[in-house]
Structures are given as structure tokens and as C-alpha cells.
Design a binder for this molecule. Structure first.
Ligand SMILES: [Zn+2]
Length: 229
């Protein structure tokens, strides 16, 4: 019984990983209709793990389940990015109000370690994933230090990190953005260390709005390429 349950969970995770990777890397294109039977056959699993994995992808906004119509790979538009990042900016600035007082010296040490890791070169896709994960953690720590459960839930529901990963896959201008991000992170960290709220909010807004503009541009470029191909 126990063993069977573990195996089933593993199948869901494996299917989820395979589909998430395929969607984020654009090997399954936005707008593609997903056929559960076909996916199960291709992946060599039963229907249940595929259904469960699709549910999970739907909560992350990667898949859209349209009643009476089907399941589709969600499209990501410039408007989605604009909306997501404006809310993200507002939530992080709000979190900063409490975080600037709540972050302990240990939190600050951990955040600095993340920034240290974000300074490393990013030669390939694996390094890029690690970079995005550490960047996500850095911002997550700030948001969690608000100690505001509703705020944290709203922030997580934005799934900003998944949108970033989708756009960054194959984005050739990404390396140039890295240098700017590193400097912006340092400004954010300095404001946290000196408990300067106004400086922190200003730095966060600049960082998040800068990311928004870069991502919108990269997405626009991707859309142009897809139309052309
Ligand atoms: Zn960042």
C-alpha cells in the first residue's frame, strides 16, 4: 500500500517535471491543445498522474483548462507580464515596511549568501535555473519577513518566477541584464542593512520595474520570432 502510493506520487512528479520543462522551453508551444491520453501514452504512464500534473500546472498558470473546450498550454502576453510585475512591485514594497524591521541578522546573512551565489557566472541553462531559483529565494525571504500570511499567499499566486523562466528560456539579451540586476540587488541589500525603508522601496521598485521592462521586451521579441517561423 505504502509502496504503491510512493510510486504514484513519483509518476506525478516525473510527469509534472517533463511537462513543465517542455512548456518553459517552448518545445510545446503556447496555445497547444494537450491531449491527456496522448501524453500518457508518450510518457508511458496511466491517465491519473497526467491529470494530476496538469492540475498542478494549471494552478501555476502554465496550463489553461477551459471547460467544454479542452486543456491548452497557457499563452503569456506582454500584458500578463505588465500586470504581474506591477502587483509584484506593490507587494514587495508593502512587505518591505515590516521586513525592514523583522529581518534578523541571520536572515541578512542568508540573503547576502544568495547574492554571493548570484554573482557567479551563468554559462548554461542549468546555471540559469540555479540563478533564477536563488533570485526567487532572495525576494521570497523579503516577502516572508513581512509575517503577513495573506501578502505571502498573494505573492506566491503571482508565480512570477515561472513567468520569468518562460521568458528567459532562449532570451539572448539576458546576460546584459544580469550586470544591472547584481548592482540593484546590492542597493536593496544595503537599504535592508541600514533599515532604510524609503531607500529599500525605491530600490525594489527600480529593480522590479526594470525586470518588467526587460521581460516585456524579450517577450515581444519572442512573439515576433514565432510569427516569423
Ligand atoms: Zn532580484
Amino acid at each position: 500500500m505504502q509502496l504503491r502510493r510512493i510510486q504514484r506520487e513519483r509518476a506525478v512528479d516525473a510527469v509534472y517535471d517533463a511537462l513543465q520543462r517542455a512548456i518553459v522551453s517552448y518545445s510545446i508551444r503556447p496555445g497547444t491543445r494537450l491531449n491527456i491520453e496522448e501524453l500518457a501514452e508518450k510518457l508511458g504512464v496511466s491517465l491519473t498522474p497526467v491529470r494530476n500534473a496538469i492540475q498542478q500546472l494549471a494552478t501555476e498558470g502554465l496550463v489553461e483548462i477551459r471547460p467544454r473546450s479542452g486543456t491548452f498550454v497557457a499563452t503569456l502576453t506582454v500584458q500578463d507580464v505588465e500586470e504581474t510585475f506591477k502587483i509584484r512591485g506593490a507587494l514587495e514594497c508593502l512587505a518591505a515596511e515590516s521586513a525592514v524591521e523583522n529581518l534578523s541578522s541571520n536572515d541578512i546573512r542568508l540573503m547576502k549568501e544568495l547574492l554571493e551565489s548570484l554573482r557567479k557566472p551563468v554559462p548554461d541553462d542549468d546555471a540559469r535555473q540555479i540563478h533564477e531559483r536563488d533570485n526567487g529565494r532572495f525576494h521570497q525571504m523579503l516577502v516572508e519577513a513581512s509575517n503577513n500570511r495573506r501578502l505571502i499567499e498573494m505573492y506566491e499566486a503571482l508565480n512570477a518566477h515561472i513567468k520569468i523562466a518562460r521568458i528567459h528560456a532562449g532570451d539572448s539579451n539576458w546576460q546584459s541584464r544580469l550586470q544591472i540586476e547584481r548592482k540593484e540587488h546590492e542597493t536593496i541589500m544595503a537599504a535592508i542593512e541600514h533599515h532604510r525603508l524609503a531607500d529599500l522601496q525605491k530600490a525594489l521598485r527600480k529593480h522590479i520595474y526594470g525586470a518588467k521592462d526587460h521581460l516585456a521586451l524579450a517577450l515581444h521579441e519572442r512573439e515576433r520570432q514565432m510569427v516569423a517561423s
